[in-house]
Design a protein. Structure first.
Length: 278
């Protein structure tokens, strides 16, 4: 028997229900082209459908997405179905075969559902004159097609507490079944493999997101923002870009220190594109 309060699971379950109940971000796209050409990697078989005129850094690194150009914008469509087994593929859902019985420390009650995420971003992103709030909901897409959220839980919840709800690959679903990462999840990132910058995803403003180390192999620290100017790190990309920020000063509501290398902070550097989801 574990010597924990009988109420603790209830309290933590409540946190899980309340947090991540945001359906989606913001803005609407006039044309939703989501169709059967959007890969479904839930079986673990990786398929990708990216047009040859999409910028090479996207074409060569992203999987489990449909991507094409629309004028000067890149349109990326994803179901946000993780290409591995997860506790959050429910045991009694249509994805039961992908259910991993190993539960997170304090699982949330949500289950993964297929999404129709359409994100449209500029192919030549520019730094805006003033930073904009990143906001709750989808703020980017990881290289494996899973969507990205920022460094915040739904207020007043504590993102540090939510780490205990992540599955063995570092993600969890919202109430609406949107499976997502907030941080450099183990599914997309390993510190020991990060020698000179590892691409983790694309942000809603069109800029790339890299791992915790810059091209010199130095961990990127910051407080409040993970924006790094291109001229500090041109070896990775000609674009300005984000880094997962190594952050070890978060504490859970019970006072335990945790590390959460978030991917997008409270603000974004460029003008946000559009994203829709069901
Ligand atoms: Zn979350």
């Amino acid at each position: 028997m574990k010597s924990i309060s009988p109420w603790l699971p209830v309290i933590l379950l409540t946190i899980g229900v309340i947090s991540c109940s945001v359906a989606s971000t913001s803005t609407t796209s006039s044309t939703t082209t989501f169709g059967t050409d959007v890969p479904d990697c839930s079986s673990g078989t990786i398929t990708t459908n990216i047009d040859s005129n999409v910028p090479a850094w996207v074409q060569n690194n992203f999987t489990c997405v449909r991507a094409f150009m629309s004028g000067t914008n890149i349109v990326i469509e994803t179901r946000s179905l993780p290409p591995y087994t997860s506790y959050y593929y429910g045991a009694s859902t249509s994805y039961a075969a992908r259910h991993d019985t190993t539960a997170p420390t304090t699982p949330n009650p949500n289950v993964i559902a297929t999404q129709t995420v359409v994100m449209t971003v500029p192919s030549s992103p520019a730094v805006a004159t003033s930073q904009v709030s990143s906001g709750l909901g989808i703020v980017g897409i990881a290289v494996n097609g899973v969507v990205l959220f920022n460094d915040s839980a739904n207020p007043p919840d504590n993102i540090a507490d939510e780490l205990a709800t992540m599955d063995s690959h570092g993600g969890h679903p919202t109430l609406g079944g949107i499976y997502h990462y907030h941080n450099a999840a183990s599914a997309i990132y390993t510190l020991s493999n990060d020698t000179n910058g590892v691409l983790l995803g694309i942000a809603l403003d069109g800029f790339p997101i890299y791992g915790k180390k810059n091209s010199s192999g130095t961990l990127v620290f910051a407080s409040g923002n993970n924006w790094v100017a291109a001229n500090g790190d041109t070896a990775l990309t000609t674009y300005p870009h984000y880094h997962a920020v190594y952050n070890n000063y978060l504490t859970t509501s019970s006072g335990t220190s945790v590390e959460l290398a978030y991917l997008i902070g409270d603000y974004m550097a460029g003008t946000k594109g559009t994203v829709t989801s069901n």
